[in-house]
Design a protein around this ligand. Structure first.
Ligand code: HEM
Length: 475
C-alpha cells in the first residue's frame, strides 16, 4: 500500500454518496469551469465520489483532488496512477482508436522509452534554435494586422499557434500542407469534444461520433501521406515529424509505425490549443492591467534591442517571465487532468482500488490562498518572491510526465507577446462578453475582440461582462 509522504498532514477528505454524487457529476459534465468555481473554498483538497450506481459491479469511484500534496502523490507516482482516457476510445479497429494511442495513453516502460525517443526536438538548447523561425512566423501574422482594425484576438492567436506548430512540428517543405494537417487535427479534437458531450457514442449517420470516426480516418491518411513524402525526400528536415521518423527508422526504439502516427497527432494537439489559449488570455490580462502593460512595454523596449532576439535575451525579461507565469496560473490551459489507479493505494486515509479515477484540478491548485495570496488577482510581481515547485504550480504538470513542450511553449508565448508590444497597442472592445469554458482545455468560449492601436496610444482597461469576473478580479 502506497501512502503520501506526509499523509498525517492532509486535511480529511469529504465523502459524497448517492444524490450528492449525482449532483456533482451533473455539474461537472454540464460545465466543468462552473463546477470548479463552485468548489472553490467549499470542497477540501480531496473529495471522494462514491460509485453513483452502487449495485453496478465494477463501478468506479472518482476522487476530485487539488493541491500540492495530491499532485505530488499522484503525478509523482506514474506507475501507480496511469494516464489515458482524455479522449474517447473508439472501436478497436478504427483510425480513432489508433490515433489516441500516442504518448498520452502510454504508461510504464513503453512511455519512458517513447518519451525519450520523442524528446530531442524539445530539449531547451534545440528549442532555442527555433527562435528566428518563430519570430518570422509571428511577424507573418502581425503583418496582416492594421491599426484601426477590430480583431478577434483569440482567432488570431489560434492562427499563430497553428502556423508555428505546423512549421516546427510538421516541416516547412510544404508549409500549406502542414497548416492543413493542423486544421484537420483541430477539427478532430473539436469533434471529440462534441461527441463526448452528446453522450451518443454510436457510429450512426448524422451523429458527432460518426463524424469523429470519419475525421480520424482522414487525419490518419494525411499523416501517413506526410510521412511517406518525408521518406521519399532527403530526410534532412529539423522538424519534429522528421525526427520521429528518423528515430523510428533507426530501429533503436520499440516505436511502431502506428505509434509514430499517433505521436505526431498528439504533439500537434498538445501544443496548438494550449498555446493559443495561453496567448489569448495573456493578451487579455495585459490589456486590462494598464500599469503593468506600460511597465512590460518599457522592459521590452529597453531590453530587446534586436529582432529576432536570441532565446537567452527573451529569458532575461523578468517581468515578462512573471506575466506569463501568472497568466498560466490563472488560466491554466490544462485546467484538470485524469489518472486511473493501477492498484491499491492510500491517499489522505482513503483506500483506493485499481480502476478508481482521480481528477486533479490544477485550476483550484493555482488558487490556493496559502501559496498565492489574493489568488484571483493578476499580480505578475508575485513571482519575484514566490518559489513553487511543479506540484504547487502545475501549469505544465509535474513529475515524469511533465509537459514535453514546456520550453517550446514558453519561448513562443514570450516572443509573441514581446513582438506584439513592439509593434502595436491593443484594447478590449468595451462591453465585450468575455467568457471562459473548459472543453478539453480552458479556453475563451467565443471571441476576445480587441482594437488594434498605434504605438503612441496608451493602454486603457475596458468594461466587460461575462464569467471572466469570476476567474479574475480586475477591480
Ligand atoms: C502553454 C502551453 C502548454 C501547456 C500549458 C501545456 C501543459 C501540459 C500539461 C499540463 C501536460 C500534462 C498533461 C497530463 O498529464 O494529463 C502536458 C503534457 C504534454 N505536452 Fe504540453 N503544454 C503546452 C504546450 C506544449 C507544446 C508546445 C508541446 C509540444 C510541442 C507539448 C507537448 C506535450 C506532450 C508531448 C505531453 C505529454 C508528455 C507525457 O505524457 O510524457 N505541450 N502539457
Amino acid at each position: 500500500m502506497h501512502k503520501p509522504r506526509h499523509a498525517e498532514d492532509v486535511t480529511p477528505p469529504l465523502v459524497l454518496n448517492g444524490a450528492a454524487t449525482w449532483r456533482w457529476y451533473a455539474s461537472f459534465l454540464r460545465d466543468p469551469l462552473a463546477c470548479f468555481e463552485a468548489a472553490k473554498g467549499r470542497l477540501p483538497p480531496i473529495t471522494l465520489l462514491q460509485n453513483p450506481i452502487p449495485f453496478m459491479p465494477g463501478g468506479r469511484r472518482f476522487l476530485f483532488a487539488y493541491g500540492a500534496d495530491a499532485n505530488r502523490f499522484v503525478l509523482g507516482h506514474p506507475d501507480l496512477f496511469r494516464s489515458g482516457g482524455q479522449v474517447l476510445v473508439g472501436p478497436k479497429d478504427s483510425a480513432h482508436y489508433r490515433l489516441r494511442r500516442g504518448i498520452f495513453a502510454m504508461n510504464g516502460d513503453t512511455h519512458r522509452a517513447q518519451r525519450r525517443a520523442m524528446q530531442p526536438p524539445f530539449l531547451k538548447p534545440v528549442v532555442a534554435t527555433y527562435a528566428p523561425i518563430m519570430a518570422q512566423l509571428i511577424d507573418d501574422v502581425l503583418d496582416q494586422w492594421r491599426v484601426g482594425d477590430t480583431l478577434d484576438i483569440y482567432r488570431e492567436m489560434r492562427k499563430l499557434s497553428n502556423w508555428v506548430a505546423a512549421y516546427i512540428l510538421f516541416g516547412s517543405e510544404d508549409f500549406h500542407e502542414s497548416v492543413r494537417m493542423g486544421e484537420t487535427i483541430e477539427r478532430w479534437l473539436l469533434l471529440d469534444t462534441q461527441a463526448r458531450s452528446s453522450l451518443m457514442w454510436a457510429d450512426l449517420p448524422g451523429t458527432s461520433y460518426g463524424r469523429l470516426l470519419r475525421q480520424a480516418e482522414v487525419l490518419e491518411t494525411a499523416i501517413k501521406n506526410a510521412i511517406a513524402r518525408i521518406r521519399r525526400g532527403k530526410m534532412d528536415g529539423t522538424d519534429a515529424l522528421t525526427e520521429l521518423i528518423r528515430s523510428h527508422d533507426s530501429g533503436t526504439t520499440d516505436m511502431s509505425e502506428t505509434d509514430m502516427v499517433a505521436h505526431a497527432v498528439i504533439l500537434y494537439a498538445a501544443s496548438f490549443e494550449t498555446t493559443a489559449n495561453a496567448l489569448a488570455w495573456t493578451l487579455y490580462l495585459v490589456a486590462q492591467h494598464t500599469e503593468l502593460a506600460a511597465e512590460l512595454c518599457r522592459e521590452v523596449h529597453t531590453q530587446l534591442v534586436d529582432w529576432p532576439p536570441e532565446a537567452e535575451e527573451i529569458e532575461r525579461l523578468s517581468l515578462m517571465e512573471g506575466v506569463v507565469k501568472e497568466s498560466l496560473r490563472l488560466f491554466p490551459p490544462v485546467a484538470h487532468t485524469l489518472r486511473t489507479a493501477d492498484g491499491d493505494a492510500e491517499l489522505a486515509g482513503l483506500n483506493l482500488a485499481g480502476g478508481d479515477k482521480v481528477i486533479l484540478c490544477h485550476y483550484l491548485t493555482h488558487r490556493d490562498p496559502d501559496v498565492f495570496p489574493e489568488p484571483n488577482r493578476f499580480r505578475p510581481a508575485r513571482w519575484r518572491a514566490t518559489r513553487t515547485d511543479h506540484y504547487e504550480y502545475a501549469a505544465f504538470s509535474a513529475g515524469p510526465r511533465i509537459c514535453l513542450g514546456m520550453s517550446f511553449a514558453l519561448l513562443e508565448l514570450k516572443l509573441t507577446l514581446a513582438r506584439i508590444l513592439q509593434r502595436f497597442r491593443f484594447r478590449v472592445v468595451p462591453g465585450a462578453a468575455i467568457e471562459g469554458t473548459i472543453q478539453l482545455t480552458l479556453r475563451p468560449k467565443s471571441t476576445i475582440p480587441m482594437q488594434i492601436l498605434p504605438l503612441h496610444d496608451e493602454f486603457a482597461a475596458s468594461p466587460v461582462v461575462g464569467n471572466i469576473h469570476r476567474m479574475v478580479d480586475t477591480t
